[in-house]
Write a protein of this length. Structure first.
Length: 285
């Protein structure tokens, strides 16, 4: 089948793309800073590539609830050497940043996509900068930085409101000069969302198709999965124990043809996508 959405400037694949997560931070919720050292980060990024990642998403700022923001100089110090070395190693790299200066420097270092969890709201210059760079842009639903986002979880209807807010942000991106065929949306699972909001978005993900652009889904190791998998004592399962549930969601998402999934366990998601694609395939006769 060849009905998968494509994004100009990135490899064209007839399946769901796998974006491997690479947190170059000391305080990520999922890996606790295991890849903060540049050499360790590059080695892990190359391992994600070897596992089958189509893109490696390098981020220098933790967005877990309550996280402190690094200043721009520190974010650049964390990100740029890793982006440059992974690009030299053959990876297609995206940069996960809310800062225009970091986005521009990372693209100069070899990044081919800007993944902005703020959807252009954190910095006024971001959308104009990305338009000038001419690279694809992931526009995520967001309502505030990590220190306030979980105070902003009130919706009349979470899916309807997310669609409306994303539509406005896409309009701003287009007005800034970002090409329509280089836009991707992300519903922002876990960002200003309760666990039930996340499940409702997943149940009704098809309603985001009205926006007319490909979707990236980032649910890997998120807390709502830990809550689903809580132990007998009621404690959430820790992040590293949520990969099987993440892979189950990858199977569902690939079966409905989403453009991409952003995950920590790349090989398992590639396997899940292979299964989903085989089931989607039409056998002659």
């Amino acid at each position: 089948m060849t009905d998968h959405p494509t994004v100009r400037g990135l490899p064209r694949l007839d399946r769901t793309q796998v974006i491997g997560v690479l947190n170059v931070t000391p305080d990520s919720f999922s890996d606790g800073g295991r890849w903060f050292d540049p050499d360790a980060a590059v080695a892990h990024g190359l391992d994600l590539l070897a596992q089958g990642a189509d893109l490696v998403d390098v981020g220098g700022e933790s967005t877990r609830p309550g996280a402190d923001r690094p200043d721009v100089a520190e974010e650049l110090r964390r990100v740029l050497p890793v982006v440059r070395r992974l690009t030299e190693g053959g990876a297609v790299v995206s940069v996960d940043t809310m800062r225009a200066e970091v986005a521009a420097a990372a693209v100069e270092a070899g990044a081919r996509l800007v993944n902005d969890v703020s959807g252009g709201l954190a910095e006024d210059e971001m959308l104009r900068t990305v338009a000038g760079l001419g690279v694809p842009y992931v526009c995520m639903h967001w309502r505030g930085h990590s220190d306030v986002m979980q105070d902003r979880t009130r919706y009349a209807d979470v899916v309807t409101d997310v669609v409306a807010e994303l539509r406005e942000r896409l309009e701003r991106a287009l007005a800034a000069g970002i090409a329509a065929d280089q836009l991707v949306v992300d519903a922002g699972f876990g960002f200003a969302k309760t666990g039930e909001h996340n499940w409702e978005l997943l149940r009704r993900l098809g309603e985001l198709d009205v926006l007319g652009v490909p979707q990236l889904v980032g649910v890997s190791r998120k807390r709502f999965l830990g809550t689903l998998l809580a132990g007998p004592d009621g404690a959430d399962r820790p992040p590293a124990g949520r990969d099987d549930a993440t892979t189950a969601l990858t199977t569902v998402l690939a079966a409905r043809g989403v453009w991409g999934v952003r995950v920590h366990a790349v090989r398992a998601s590639r396997d899940a996508i292979a299964v989903a694609e085989r089931l989607r395939a039409r056998t002659p006769g």
